[in-house]
Design a protein around this ligand. Structure first.
Ligand code: ADP
Length: 504
Protein backbone atom coordinates (compact mmCIF):
# COMPACT_ATOMS: atom_id res chain seq x y z
CA UNK A 1 0.00 0.00 0.00
CA UNK A 2 1.29 3.45 -0.93
CA UNK A 3 2.09 5.64 2.01
CA UNK A 4 0.37 8.91 1.27
CA UNK A 5 0.19 11.76 3.72
CA UNK A 6 -2.46 14.40 3.32
CA UNK A 7 -0.95 17.84 3.47
CA UNK A 8 -3.49 19.81 1.51
CA UNK A 9 -6.62 20.75 3.37
CA UNK A 10 -8.99 20.01 0.50
CA UNK A 11 -11.34 17.11 1.21
CA UNK A 12 -13.44 15.50 -1.50
CA UNK A 13 -16.24 12.97 -1.27
CA UNK A 14 -17.10 11.01 -4.41
CA UNK A 15 -20.52 9.42 -4.60
CA UNK A 16 -20.84 6.91 -7.40
CA UNK A 17 -22.49 3.77 -8.67
CA UNK A 18 -19.30 2.07 -9.90
CA UNK A 19 -15.63 1.86 -9.03
CA UNK A 20 -13.21 -0.28 -11.03
CA UNK A 21 -12.12 -2.93 -10.07
CA UNK A 22 -14.56 -3.31 -7.17
CA UNK A 23 -17.71 -2.98 -9.32
CA UNK A 24 -17.62 -2.02 -12.97
CA UNK A 25 -20.16 -1.73 -15.76
CA UNK A 26 -18.41 0.79 -18.02
CA UNK A 27 -16.16 3.81 -18.24
CA UNK A 28 -17.70 5.57 -15.24
CA UNK A 29 -16.23 2.86 -13.02
CA UNK A 30 -12.79 3.35 -14.56
CA UNK A 31 -12.96 7.08 -13.77
CA UNK A 32 -14.06 6.62 -10.16
CA UNK A 33 -11.40 3.95 -9.67
CA UNK A 34 -8.61 6.15 -10.99
CA UNK A 35 -9.36 9.80 -10.20
CA UNK A 36 -9.36 9.62 -6.37
CA UNK A 37 -6.17 7.58 -6.52
CA UNK A 38 -4.45 10.20 -8.65
CA UNK A 39 -5.78 13.13 -6.62
CA UNK A 40 -4.36 11.52 -3.49
CA UNK A 41 -1.04 10.57 -5.06
CA UNK A 42 -0.33 13.75 -6.99
CA UNK A 43 -2.03 16.44 -4.93
CA UNK A 44 -2.45 14.89 -1.48
CA UNK A 45 -6.19 15.48 -1.63
CA UNK A 46 -8.11 13.59 1.01
CA UNK A 47 -10.75 11.70 -0.99
CA UNK A 48 -13.33 9.26 0.16
CA UNK A 49 -15.81 7.31 -1.92
CA UNK A 50 -19.33 6.18 -1.06
CA UNK A 51 -21.02 3.53 -3.21
CA UNK A 52 -23.50 0.67 -2.74
CA UNK A 53 -22.47 -2.72 -1.44
CA UNK A 54 -23.67 -4.79 -4.38
CA UNK A 55 -24.03 -8.51 -3.85
CA UNK A 56 -21.70 -9.05 -6.80
CA UNK A 57 -18.75 -7.40 -5.01
CA UNK A 58 -16.13 -10.01 -4.31
CA UNK A 59 -15.25 -9.38 -0.64
CA UNK A 60 -12.63 -12.14 -0.86
CA UNK A 61 -10.74 -10.05 -3.42
CA UNK A 62 -11.60 -6.69 -1.87
CA UNK A 63 -11.69 -7.34 1.86
CA UNK A 64 -14.17 -5.07 3.62
CA UNK A 65 -14.60 -4.43 7.30
CA UNK A 66 -18.00 -3.83 8.87
CA UNK A 67 -17.69 -0.44 10.55
CA UNK A 68 -21.30 0.54 11.24
CA UNK A 69 -23.92 -2.11 11.89
CA UNK A 70 -27.65 -1.53 11.57
CA UNK A 71 -27.99 2.17 12.10
CA UNK A 72 -31.23 3.86 11.22
CA UNK A 73 -31.31 6.80 8.85
CA UNK A 74 -34.33 9.02 8.48
CA UNK A 75 -35.14 9.04 4.77
CA UNK A 76 -36.46 12.08 2.87
CA UNK A 77 -39.98 10.61 2.88
CA UNK A 78 -39.94 10.50 6.68
CA UNK A 79 -39.49 6.76 7.35
CA UNK A 80 -36.44 5.24 8.99
CA UNK A 81 -34.21 2.87 7.04
CA UNK A 82 -31.76 0.42 8.54
CA UNK A 83 -28.35 0.29 6.86
CA UNK A 84 -24.85 -0.98 7.57
CA UNK A 85 -21.55 0.39 6.32
CA UNK A 86 -18.49 -1.55 5.24
CA UNK A 87 -15.12 -0.05 4.62
CA UNK A 88 -12.61 -1.07 2.01
CA UNK A 89 -10.01 0.85 -0.02
CA UNK A 90 -9.43 1.80 -3.62
CA UNK A 91 -6.90 -0.98 -4.37
CA UNK A 92 -3.27 -0.04 -3.70
CA UNK A 93 -4.21 3.23 -1.97
CA UNK A 94 -5.33 4.51 1.39
CA UNK A 95 -8.43 6.07 -0.20
CA UNK A 96 -11.37 4.69 1.80
CA UNK A 97 -14.41 3.32 0.02
CA UNK A 98 -17.56 3.07 2.14
CA UNK A 99 -19.95 0.43 0.91
CA UNK A 100 -23.55 1.06 1.86
CA UNK A 101 -25.23 -2.20 2.73
CA UNK A 102 -28.95 -1.79 2.19
CA UNK A 103 -30.72 -4.70 0.44
CA UNK A 104 -34.03 -2.82 0.66
CA UNK A 105 -32.71 -0.36 -1.92
CA UNK A 106 -30.16 -2.59 -3.65
CA UNK A 107 -31.83 -5.99 -3.84
CA UNK A 108 -30.20 -7.12 -7.10
CA UNK A 109 -26.85 -8.71 -7.87
CA UNK A 110 -24.91 -6.36 -10.14
CA UNK A 111 -24.43 -2.63 -10.55
CA UNK A 112 -27.66 -1.67 -12.28
CA UNK A 113 -29.96 -4.55 -11.28
CA UNK A 114 -31.98 -2.66 -8.70
CA UNK A 115 -35.49 -1.39 -8.51
CA UNK A 116 -37.64 -0.03 -5.71
CA UNK A 117 -41.25 -0.95 -6.29
CA UNK A 118 -43.32 1.67 -8.10
CA UNK A 119 -40.48 4.18 -8.23
CA UNK A 120 -38.25 5.32 -11.08
CA UNK A 121 -35.26 3.00 -11.54
CA UNK A 122 -32.82 5.66 -10.32
CA UNK A 123 -34.33 5.92 -6.84
CA UNK A 124 -31.84 3.47 -5.26
CA UNK A 125 -29.09 5.94 -6.20
CA UNK A 126 -31.04 8.96 -4.93
CA UNK A 127 -31.36 7.14 -1.63
CA UNK A 128 -27.69 6.19 -1.68
CA UNK A 129 -26.95 9.92 -2.02
CA UNK A 130 -29.24 10.80 0.87
CA UNK A 131 -27.66 8.13 3.07
CA UNK A 132 -24.20 9.43 2.12
CA UNK A 133 -25.10 12.97 3.18
CA UNK A 134 -26.49 11.73 6.48
CA UNK A 135 -23.51 9.53 7.21
CA UNK A 136 -21.12 12.47 7.07
CA UNK A 137 -22.27 13.53 10.52
CA UNK A 138 -21.68 10.00 11.88
CA UNK A 139 -18.23 10.01 10.28
CA UNK A 140 -17.70 13.47 11.73
CA UNK A 141 -16.01 14.21 8.44
CA UNK A 142 -16.80 17.29 6.49
CA UNK A 143 -15.82 17.41 2.80
CA UNK A 144 -15.21 20.72 1.03
CA UNK A 145 -16.59 19.25 -2.17
CA UNK A 146 -18.96 16.45 -3.04
CA UNK A 147 -18.20 15.07 -6.48
CA UNK A 148 -21.40 13.65 -7.97
CA UNK A 149 -20.90 11.14 -10.76
CA UNK A 150 -23.70 11.33 -13.36
CA UNK A 151 -27.42 12.03 -13.18
CA UNK A 152 -28.03 9.23 -10.69
CA UNK A 153 -26.25 11.24 -8.04
CA UNK A 154 -27.82 14.48 -9.27
CA UNK A 155 -29.98 15.00 -6.17
CA UNK A 156 -26.96 15.98 -4.07
CA UNK A 157 -26.56 19.50 -5.56
CA UNK A 158 -30.33 19.98 -5.25
CA UNK A 159 -30.53 18.86 -1.63
CA UNK A 160 -27.44 20.87 -0.67
CA UNK A 161 -29.09 24.01 -2.01
CA UNK A 162 -32.53 23.29 -0.50
CA UNK A 163 -33.02 21.05 2.52
CA UNK A 164 -29.42 21.34 3.75
CA UNK A 165 -28.63 24.95 2.97
CA UNK A 166 -29.55 26.20 6.43
CA UNK A 167 -27.68 23.45 8.26
CA UNK A 168 -24.25 24.84 9.18
CA UNK A 169 -22.64 21.40 8.85
CA UNK A 170 -23.66 21.18 5.18
CA UNK A 171 -24.10 24.75 4.03
CA UNK A 172 -20.44 25.22 3.14
CA UNK A 173 -20.13 22.06 1.06
CA UNK A 174 -19.69 22.77 -2.66
CA UNK A 175 -20.74 20.30 -5.33
CA UNK A 176 -19.25 19.25 -8.64
CA UNK A 177 -21.48 17.43 -11.08
CA UNK A 178 -19.81 15.29 -13.74
CA UNK A 179 -21.80 14.33 -16.80
CA UNK A 180 -20.40 10.96 -17.83
CA UNK A 181 -23.16 10.48 -20.38
CA UNK A 182 -25.83 13.13 -20.94
CA UNK A 183 -28.22 10.58 -22.38
CA UNK A 184 -28.58 8.98 -18.98
CA UNK A 185 -31.04 11.45 -17.47
CA UNK A 186 -33.26 10.36 -14.61
CA UNK A 187 -36.65 11.82 -15.41
CA UNK A 188 -39.17 11.24 -12.66
CA UNK A 189 -42.90 11.82 -12.35
CA UNK A 190 -44.30 14.73 -10.38
CA UNK A 191 -45.98 12.23 -8.09
CA UNK A 192 -42.54 10.88 -7.08
CA UNK A 193 -41.27 14.20 -5.70
CA UNK A 194 -42.63 13.49 -2.24
CA UNK A 195 -40.16 10.62 -1.90
CA UNK A 196 -37.35 13.14 -2.28
CA UNK A 197 -38.49 15.28 0.64
CA UNK A 198 -39.22 18.33 -1.50
CA UNK A 199 -42.33 20.18 -2.58
CA UNK A 200 -43.35 20.94 -6.19
CA UNK A 201 -42.46 24.55 -5.59
CA UNK A 202 -38.78 23.56 -5.29
CA UNK A 203 -38.78 22.46 -8.93
CA UNK A 204 -40.70 25.41 -10.34
CA UNK A 205 -37.75 27.16 -12.03
CA UNK A 206 -36.73 24.39 -14.40
CA UNK A 207 -40.26 23.17 -15.03
CA UNK A 208 -41.01 26.44 -16.71
CA UNK A 209 -37.59 26.59 -18.39
CA UNK A 210 -37.82 23.08 -19.80
CA UNK A 211 -41.58 23.35 -20.31
CA UNK A 212 -42.27 19.86 -19.11
CA UNK A 213 -44.43 18.25 -16.53
CA UNK A 214 -42.00 15.73 -15.18
CA UNK A 215 -38.79 16.43 -13.28
CA UNK A 216 -35.38 16.02 -14.83
CA UNK A 217 -32.79 15.32 -12.14
CA UNK A 218 -29.80 15.84 -14.47
CA UNK A 219 -31.18 19.29 -15.28
CA UNK A 220 -31.62 20.01 -11.56
CA UNK A 221 -28.01 18.97 -10.97
CA UNK A 222 -26.82 21.28 -13.77
CA UNK A 223 -28.82 24.13 -12.29
CA UNK A 224 -27.64 23.60 -8.72
CA UNK A 225 -24.07 22.29 -8.88
CA UNK A 226 -21.32 24.78 -8.18
CA UNK A 227 -19.30 23.41 -11.05
CA UNK A 228 -20.32 21.13 -13.91
CA UNK A 229 -18.07 19.19 -16.20
CA UNK A 230 -18.19 16.48 -18.77
CA UNK A 231 -15.49 14.07 -19.75
CA UNK A 232 -13.95 15.60 -22.87
CA UNK A 233 -13.67 19.11 -24.33
CA UNK A 234 -15.32 18.15 -27.64
CA UNK A 235 -18.30 16.50 -25.95
CA UNK A 236 -18.65 19.62 -23.77
CA UNK A 237 -18.96 21.71 -26.93
CA UNK A 238 -21.22 19.19 -28.63
CA UNK A 239 -23.78 18.95 -25.83
CA UNK A 240 -24.36 22.69 -25.99
CA UNK A 241 -25.88 22.05 -29.43
CA UNK A 242 -29.34 20.75 -30.19
CA UNK A 243 -28.04 17.67 -32.00
CA UNK A 244 -26.12 16.28 -29.01
CA UNK A 245 -27.68 18.11 -26.06
CA UNK A 246 -30.43 15.53 -25.36
CA UNK A 247 -32.83 18.34 -24.54
CA UNK A 248 -30.47 20.16 -22.18
CA UNK A 249 -28.30 22.16 -24.59
CA UNK A 250 -29.95 25.48 -23.73
CA UNK A 251 -29.60 24.90 -20.02
CA UNK A 252 -25.93 23.99 -20.42
CA UNK A 253 -25.29 27.03 -22.58
CA UNK A 254 -26.91 29.21 -20.00
CA UNK A 255 -24.57 27.80 -17.37
CA UNK A 256 -21.51 27.94 -19.59
CA UNK A 257 -19.45 29.81 -17.01
CA UNK A 258 -19.68 26.88 -14.62
CA UNK A 259 -19.28 24.22 -17.30
CA UNK A 260 -16.10 22.67 -18.70
CA UNK A 261 -14.77 19.54 -20.39
CA UNK A 262 -12.03 17.48 -18.72
CA UNK A 263 -10.70 14.52 -20.65
CA UNK A 264 -10.69 11.21 -18.80
CA UNK A 265 -7.44 9.38 -18.41
CA UNK A 266 -6.77 5.72 -17.84
CA UNK A 267 -4.90 4.03 -15.06
CA UNK A 268 -1.90 2.69 -16.96
CA UNK A 269 -0.98 0.34 -14.14
CA UNK A 270 -4.10 -1.68 -15.09
CA UNK A 271 -3.53 -1.47 -18.84
CA UNK A 272 0.10 -2.22 -19.51
CA UNK A 273 1.00 -4.94 -22.04
CA UNK A 274 4.31 -5.43 -20.19
CA UNK A 275 2.65 -6.52 -16.98
CA UNK A 276 -1.03 -7.14 -17.67
CA UNK A 277 -2.14 -10.49 -16.20
CA UNK A 278 -4.59 -11.09 -19.03
CA UNK A 279 -2.00 -10.62 -21.77
CA UNK A 280 -0.72 -14.17 -22.48
CA UNK A 281 2.60 -13.01 -23.99
CA UNK A 282 3.83 -9.71 -22.55
CA UNK A 283 5.27 -7.14 -24.96
CA UNK A 284 6.23 -3.54 -25.43
CA UNK A 285 7.46 -1.22 -28.16
CA UNK A 286 10.78 -3.03 -28.56
CA UNK A 287 9.14 -6.46 -28.62
CA UNK A 288 6.04 -5.67 -30.68
CA UNK A 289 6.43 -8.84 -32.75
CA UNK A 290 5.21 -10.75 -29.73
CA UNK A 291 1.80 -9.13 -30.12
CA UNK A 292 1.21 -11.67 -32.90
CA UNK A 293 1.47 -14.49 -30.39
CA UNK A 294 -1.43 -12.92 -28.52
CA UNK A 295 -3.29 -12.76 -31.81
CA UNK A 296 -2.73 -16.50 -32.37
CA UNK A 297 -3.96 -17.12 -28.83
CA UNK A 298 -7.16 -15.19 -29.56
CA UNK A 299 -7.72 -16.88 -32.92
CA UNK A 300 -7.45 -20.26 -31.21
CA UNK A 301 -9.62 -19.22 -28.25
CA UNK A 302 -12.37 -18.06 -30.62
CA UNK A 303 -12.03 -20.81 -33.26
CA UNK A 304 -10.93 -18.45 -36.04
CA UNK A 305 -8.45 -19.27 -38.79
CA UNK A 306 -5.04 -19.16 -37.13
CA UNK A 307 -2.67 -16.88 -39.00
CA UNK A 308 -0.49 -14.01 -37.82
CA UNK A 309 -0.92 -12.25 -41.18
CA UNK A 310 -4.67 -11.69 -41.15
CA UNK A 311 -5.79 -8.37 -39.70
CA UNK A 312 -7.79 -9.04 -36.52
CA UNK A 313 -10.31 -6.34 -35.73
CA UNK A 314 -12.15 -6.10 -32.43
CA UNK A 315 -14.84 -4.23 -30.53
CA UNK A 316 -15.18 -4.22 -26.72
CA UNK A 317 -18.35 -2.44 -25.89
CA UNK A 318 -21.69 -2.06 -24.23
CA UNK A 319 -24.32 -3.07 -26.76
CA UNK A 320 -26.31 0.14 -27.05
CA UNK A 321 -27.29 2.22 -30.09
CA UNK A 322 -24.84 4.91 -28.88
CA UNK A 323 -21.90 2.75 -29.88
CA UNK A 324 -22.80 2.61 -33.58
CA UNK A 325 -23.13 -1.16 -33.64
CA UNK A 326 -25.56 -1.02 -36.54
CA UNK A 327 -22.74 0.42 -38.65
CA UNK A 328 -20.48 -2.44 -37.59
CA UNK A 329 -23.23 -4.92 -38.54
CA UNK A 330 -23.52 -3.21 -41.92
CA UNK A 331 -19.83 -3.60 -42.79
CA UNK A 332 -19.22 -7.15 -41.52
CA UNK A 333 -19.60 -8.79 -44.90
CA UNK A 334 -17.15 -6.39 -46.56
CA UNK A 335 -14.79 -6.80 -43.66
CA UNK A 336 -14.72 -10.59 -44.13
CA UNK A 337 -14.30 -10.09 -47.90
CA UNK A 338 -11.22 -7.96 -47.19
CA UNK A 339 -9.71 -11.00 -45.46
CA UNK A 340 -10.08 -9.47 -42.01
CA UNK A 341 -11.33 -11.19 -38.87
CA UNK A 342 -13.63 -9.71 -36.26
CA UNK A 343 -14.14 -10.42 -32.56
CA UNK A 344 -16.75 -8.60 -30.50
CA UNK A 345 -17.04 -8.72 -26.72
CA UNK A 346 -20.22 -6.98 -25.72
CA UNK A 347 -23.14 -7.00 -23.34
CA UNK A 348 -26.46 -5.21 -23.33
CA UNK A 349 -29.29 -5.28 -25.83
CA UNK A 350 -30.42 -8.70 -27.01
CA UNK A 351 -31.53 -7.20 -30.30
CA UNK A 352 -27.98 -6.04 -31.00
CA UNK A 353 -26.53 -9.36 -29.81
CA UNK A 354 -28.50 -11.11 -32.53
CA UNK A 355 -26.70 -9.20 -35.30
CA UNK A 356 -23.37 -10.61 -34.20
CA UNK A 357 -24.53 -14.10 -33.28
CA UNK A 358 -25.96 -14.39 -36.78
CA UNK A 359 -22.70 -13.16 -38.35
CA UNK A 360 -20.71 -15.63 -36.25
CA UNK A 361 -22.83 -18.49 -37.62
CA UNK A 362 -22.40 -17.21 -41.15
CA UNK A 363 -18.62 -16.73 -40.96
CA UNK A 364 -17.43 -19.10 -38.20
CA UNK A 365 -13.76 -18.86 -39.17
CA UNK A 366 -13.75 -15.06 -39.44
CA UNK A 367 -16.25 -13.66 -36.93
CA UNK A 368 -16.63 -14.39 -33.22
CA UNK A 369 -19.12 -12.92 -30.79
CA UNK A 370 -18.91 -13.28 -27.01
CA UNK A 371 -21.98 -11.69 -25.54
CA UNK A 372 -21.07 -10.94 -21.96
CA UNK A 373 -19.17 -8.52 -19.74
CA UNK A 374 -15.72 -9.87 -18.93
CA UNK A 375 -13.05 -7.40 -17.87
CA UNK A 376 -10.28 -10.01 -18.12
CA UNK A 377 -11.18 -11.23 -21.58
CA UNK A 378 -11.45 -7.59 -22.68
CA UNK A 379 -7.78 -7.10 -21.96
CA UNK A 380 -6.76 -10.31 -23.72
CA UNK A 381 -8.62 -9.00 -26.77
CA UNK A 382 -6.96 -5.57 -26.63
CA UNK A 383 -3.60 -7.38 -26.45
CA UNK A 384 -4.19 -9.68 -29.42
CA UNK A 385 -6.17 -7.55 -31.87
CA UNK A 386 -4.69 -5.28 -34.56
CA UNK A 387 -7.52 -2.75 -34.71
CA UNK A 388 -10.49 -1.61 -32.64
CA UNK A 389 -13.78 -0.28 -34.04
CA UNK A 390 -15.63 2.56 -32.31
CA UNK A 391 -18.02 4.22 -34.75
CA UNK A 392 -20.06 5.86 -31.96
CA UNK A 393 -23.02 8.13 -32.67
CA UNK A 394 -21.77 10.18 -29.74
CA UNK A 395 -19.02 9.49 -27.23
CA UNK A 396 -18.57 11.50 -24.01
CA UNK A 397 -14.93 10.37 -23.75
CA UNK A 398 -14.52 6.71 -24.57
CA UNK A 399 -11.89 4.66 -22.83
CA UNK A 400 -11.77 1.60 -25.06
CA UNK A 401 -9.87 3.50 -27.76
CA UNK A 402 -7.38 4.84 -25.18
CA UNK A 403 -6.84 1.37 -23.72
CA UNK A 404 -6.49 -0.11 -27.22
CA UNK A 405 -3.80 2.44 -28.11
CA UNK A 406 -1.69 1.44 -25.12
CA UNK A 407 -1.83 -2.14 -26.43
CA UNK A 408 -0.73 -1.02 -29.91
CA UNK A 409 -4.19 -1.79 -31.26
CA UNK A 410 -5.08 0.89 -33.78
CA UNK A 411 -8.50 2.52 -33.23
CA UNK A 412 -10.88 3.27 -36.10
CA UNK A 413 -13.27 5.86 -34.71
CA UNK A 414 -15.90 8.38 -35.61
CA UNK A 415 -14.89 12.00 -35.08
CA UNK A 416 -17.11 12.82 -32.12
CA UNK A 417 -16.68 13.66 -28.43
CA UNK A 418 -13.63 12.19 -26.74
CA UNK A 419 -12.83 10.08 -29.81
CA UNK A 420 -12.09 13.31 -31.67
CA UNK A 421 -9.90 14.47 -28.77
CA UNK A 422 -7.82 11.31 -28.47
CA UNK A 423 -7.31 9.76 -31.91
CA UNK A 424 -5.43 11.49 -34.72
CA UNK A 425 -6.19 10.37 -38.23
CA UNK A 426 -3.31 8.60 -39.98
CA UNK A 427 -1.14 9.13 -36.94
CA UNK A 428 -2.47 7.12 -34.01
CA UNK A 429 -5.62 5.77 -35.68
CA UNK A 430 -8.17 6.22 -38.45
CA UNK A 431 -10.96 8.74 -38.16
CA UNK A 432 -14.14 9.28 -40.18
CA UNK A 433 -16.67 12.04 -39.78
CA UNK A 434 -20.16 11.17 -41.03
CA UNK A 435 -22.28 8.50 -39.43
CA UNK A 436 -22.52 6.56 -42.62
CA UNK A 437 -21.66 3.03 -43.72
CA UNK A 438 -19.48 4.12 -46.64
CA UNK A 439 -17.52 6.66 -44.62
CA UNK A 440 -16.87 3.98 -41.99
CA UNK A 441 -15.95 1.39 -44.57
CA UNK A 442 -13.54 3.83 -46.20
CA UNK A 443 -11.72 4.29 -42.88
CA UNK A 444 -11.53 0.51 -42.37
CA UNK A 445 -10.22 0.02 -45.91
CA UNK A 446 -7.53 2.63 -45.33
CA UNK A 447 -6.50 0.87 -42.13
CA UNK A 448 -6.43 -2.59 -43.69
CA UNK A 449 -4.51 -1.22 -46.65
CA UNK A 450 -1.79 0.26 -44.43
CA UNK A 451 -1.74 -2.95 -42.39
CA UNK A 452 -1.09 -5.10 -45.47
CA UNK A 453 0.97 -2.79 -47.66
CA UNK A 454 2.87 -0.37 -45.45
CA UNK A 455 4.10 -2.55 -42.66
CA UNK A 456 6.75 -0.09 -41.44
CA UNK A 457 4.27 2.74 -41.28
CA UNK A 458 1.82 0.49 -39.43
CA UNK A 459 4.50 -0.26 -36.88
CA UNK A 460 5.23 3.45 -36.47
CA UNK A 461 1.54 4.12 -35.89
CA UNK A 462 1.44 1.42 -33.23
CA UNK A 463 4.45 2.88 -31.46
CA UNK A 464 2.98 6.40 -31.52
CA UNK A 465 -0.31 5.08 -30.15
CA UNK A 466 1.46 3.14 -27.38
CA UNK A 467 3.50 6.17 -26.40
CA UNK A 468 0.49 8.49 -26.11
CA UNK A 469 0.02 9.51 -22.54
CA UNK A 470 -3.58 9.79 -21.38
CA UNK A 471 -2.70 9.17 -17.76
CA UNK A 472 -4.75 10.77 -15.02
CA UNK A 473 -2.08 13.22 -13.94
CA UNK A 474 -3.08 16.07 -16.26
CA UNK A 475 -6.80 15.45 -15.81
CA UNK A 476 -6.55 15.24 -12.02
CA UNK A 477 -4.93 18.67 -12.04
CA UNK A 478 -7.91 20.02 -13.96
CA UNK A 479 -10.32 18.44 -11.47
CA UNK A 480 -8.39 20.10 -8.67
CA UNK A 481 -8.93 23.40 -10.46
CA UNK A 482 -12.65 22.57 -10.86
CA UNK A 483 -12.98 21.77 -7.12
CA UNK A 484 -11.38 25.07 -6.17
CA UNK A 485 -13.60 26.92 -8.60
CA UNK A 486 -16.66 25.13 -7.19
CA UNK A 487 -15.71 26.28 -3.70
CA UNK A 488 -15.38 29.88 -4.92
CA UNK A 489 -18.68 29.70 -6.79
CA UNK A 490 -20.35 28.27 -3.70
CA UNK A 491 -19.05 31.09 -1.50
CA UNK A 492 -20.40 33.59 -3.98
CA UNK A 493 -23.73 31.83 -3.97
CA UNK A 494 -23.91 31.96 -0.17
CA UNK A 495 -23.02 35.65 -0.18
CA UNK A 496 -25.72 36.39 -2.72
CA UNK A 497 -28.27 34.40 -0.69
CA UNK A 498 -27.24 36.27 2.44
CA UNK A 499 -27.66 39.63 0.75
CA UNK A 500 -31.05 38.54 -0.49
CA UNK A 501 -32.10 37.49 3.03
CA UNK A 502 -31.02 40.83 4.43
CA UNK A 503 -33.01 42.72 1.83
CA UNK A 504 -36.21 40.77 2.41
P1 ADP B 1 -18.85 3.39 -21.83
O1 ADP B 1 -18.48 3.97 -20.52
O2 ADP B 1 -19.80 4.23 -22.63
O3 ADP B 1 -19.29 1.96 -21.74
P2 ADP B 1 -16.00 3.63 -22.47
O4 ADP B 1 -15.25 3.36 -23.72
O5 ADP B 1 -15.83 4.96 -21.82
O6 ADP B 1 -17.54 3.34 -22.77
O7 ADP B 1 -15.60 2.56 -21.37
C1 ADP B 1 -15.86 1.23 -21.55
C2 ADP B 1 -15.05 0.44 -20.54
O8 ADP B 1 -15.74 -0.76 -20.27
C3 ADP B 1 -13.69 0.05 -21.07
O9 ADP B 1 -12.82 -0.17 -19.98
C4 ADP B 1 -14.02 -1.26 -21.79
O10 ADP B 1 -12.89 -2.10 -21.91
C5 ADP B 1 -15.03 -1.86 -20.84
N1 ADP B 1 -16.01 -2.74 -21.47
C6 ADP B 1 -17.03 -2.40 -22.28
N2 ADP B 1 -17.74 -3.50 -22.62
C7 ADP B 1 -17.14 -4.54 -22.03
C8 ADP B 1 -17.42 -5.95 -21.99
N3 ADP B 1 -18.43 -6.49 -22.63
N4 ADP B 1 -16.59 -6.73 -21.24
C9 ADP B 1 -15.55 -6.17 -20.58
N5 ADP B 1 -15.25 -4.87 -20.57
C10 ADP B 1 -16.04 -4.06 -21.28
Amino acid sequence: MNKIKYKDKLKVLHIASELTPIAKAGGLGDVVGALPKELAREFQIENRVIMPKYRSIDTGKFPAELIIKDIKIKMPYGRWQKISVWKTFVPETIVPVYLIDCPAFFPGEGVYDHRIKNLHQTFPFFYLSWIALNLLKSFDWFPDVIHCHDGMIGMIPKWLKTIYIKDPFYSKIASVFTIHNLNHQPIIKLSEIKYLGLKRQAFKKLRSFLKRDDINISAEAIDNADMINTVSPTYAREIMTKKYGAGLHRLLKENKKRFTGILNGIDYSNFDPRTNDDTPVKYWIDTLDKKNENKLFLQKRFGLTQSPDLPLICAVTRLTPQKGLDLIGDVLKELVNMGAQFIILGSGSEKIEKIFIKAEKEYPKSVAAEMKFDANLAQTIYAGADMLLMPSRFEPCGLSQIIAMRFGTIPIVRKTGGLADTVRDGYTGFVFRHYDKNAFLWAIRRAVDVYYNQKDYWRRMQIRAMKKDFSWKASAKKYLWAYKKAIRNHREYLRAENDQDKKS
